[in-house]
Design a protein around this ligand. Sequence first.
Ligand code: COA
Ligand code: AMP
Ligand code: ZN
Length: 433
Amino acid sequence: MEYWQKELETMPRPALEKLQTERLRETVARASAAPFYAEVFAREGITPESITSLRDLQKLPFTTKEDLRESYPYGMAAIPLEKCVRLHSSSGTTGNPTVVLHSQRDLDAWADQVARCMYMVGIRDTDVFQNTSGYGMFTGGLGFQYGAEKLGALTVPAAAGNSKRQIKFIMDFGTTSLHIIPSYAARLTEAMQEEGIDPVRDTKLRVICMGAEPHSEEQRRRIEKMLGVKAYNCFGMSEMNGPGVAFECTEQNGLHIWEDYVIAEIVDPETLEPMPEGEVGELVLTTLNREAMPLVRYRTRDLTCFLPGECACGRTHRRIARLRGRSDDMIIIKGVNIFPVQIEKILMQFGELGGNYLITLDTVNGSDELTVEVELNDLFTDDYSELQRLTKDIIHSLKNELLITPRLKLVARGSLPVSEGKAVRVKDFRKLI
Ligand code: COA
Ligand code: AMP
Ligand code: ZN
C-alpha cells in the first residue's frame, strides 16, 4: 500500500488522539484572538488550559453558519489581515454571505490535504487531471488545482461548463482523471455520446473524484460503468477550506475523515448529544490545523454516521458513510448550494408578484434544472411585453443571487396549490441517471 504521508495516515489511534488534543488546545488559543471567539470564550470561561483531553471538546460551544454570517466579513479572523492571503465567500441563507480566510500556511496545508486524498485513490504525477469545478469562489476549483499541482499531476483548470470544450480537452490532452460532480458526470457522458465518442473505448479516463452533492452507491456504479473509471466520493465544504475533508480510499467503503486536520463528531441535530457509532446524525467539525480562521464545533448540517471497524487500507483515520442529505433546507443544484429563502428574498423585491411560489427541481436532457413558478398579484397587467420584461428582470436578479439560471413561470393568482400549514416550497423530481 502506498501513502502520501504514511506516518500521519497510519498513525496509531493513541498517538493520533494525542496529536488532536495538542492541536485542539492550540486551536482554542488561536481562536481566542478572533473577535467572535474572544467574546464567546470569555463569556464561558474557556481558555487553552480548559483542554486537557479530547473529552474537553464537549465544554466548547457550537459554531453555526449564522455565527459566520453575523461575523461578516472579518469577525472570525484570528490573525491580522495582512497575514491572510486568500478569502473565499459563499452565500448565506439571507443577508450576509459567509467568509473564510486563509494564511499562506493554511493554503499549503490544504493543498497537502487534497494531494493526500488524490494520491490515496491512485492519482500520480503521471496523470493528466482535469478539473470541471467552477473556479473563483467555488472551493472545488482552486482547492483541487493546488492539491493536484502539489501532487505533480499535469493539471487542466478547465472549470465548469462548455461540455464540448471539456470533451476536446479530455481527448486532446489525454486526460486520465477528473474532478466532477455526479450530475455533471451524467451530462458529460451524454454529451460524449452525442459526439459519437465512447468514453470507455475512446478516452484515457481511469479515476474520477466525485462529490459536492449527495449521490447513491447505485449512481456511482452507473457512472463508473458509463465512463469506464473508478469513482471516489470526495467530501468537503467551504467552511472547512473546501475539498479534502473526507475522501474514499480504494476500498470504496466509507470516506476517511482526516483527523489530524479536524475533530469530527456526529450529534443528534435536535438535542446536540453525540450519536452512537453507526447511527446517522449531523456532522460537527473542529479545525485543528488552521491559523487564519479556526472553527470550533462547526455544525455542518450534513447528515452521516461513523462506520465501525478498521479499514483494510491501513489508514487509521475514521470513516464516515456517504452523505445522506442535510438537516436544513439547503438544496444543491448543478453543484451550487441554494437556500429557498434566497429565492423568496428576490421574488419579494418585485411588487408585481404575490407571495405564493413553488420551486421545482428536474432533470432535463441529462441536466439539473430549477424552475420557479410564482403568482402575479391581482393588480398587475396582462400586457405581454410587460410580462416579458418582468420575466427577464426576475431571471436576471435570481441568476445574480443564485449563480445558476432558473426557468421562470409567472402564473395567475390562485393557480399554485395552497398548502395547509407550512408551505411546501420545493419539489425535487431529479433523476440522477
Ligand atoms: N460542473 C460543470 N459543468 C456544469 C455543471 C457543473 N456542476 N453544471 C452544468 N454544467 C454545464 C452545462 O452542462 C452547460 O454546458 P453544456 O451546455 O455545454 O453541456 C454549462 O455548464 C452551462 O450550464 P447551464 O445549466 O446552461 O448554466 P447555468 O447558468 O444554470 O449554470 C454554471 C452555470 C454551470 C456555470 C454553474 O451552475 C456552476 O458554476 N456550477 C459549478 C459549481 C461547482 O463547481 N460546484 C462544485 C464545488 S466543489
Ligand atoms: P460548498 O461549501 O459549496 O463546497 O458545499 C459544501 C456542501 O456540499 C456540503 O456541506 C454538503 O452538503 C455538500 N457536499 C459536498 N461534498 C459532498 C459529497 N461527497 N456528498 C454529498 N454532499 C456533499
Ligand atoms: Zn481505507
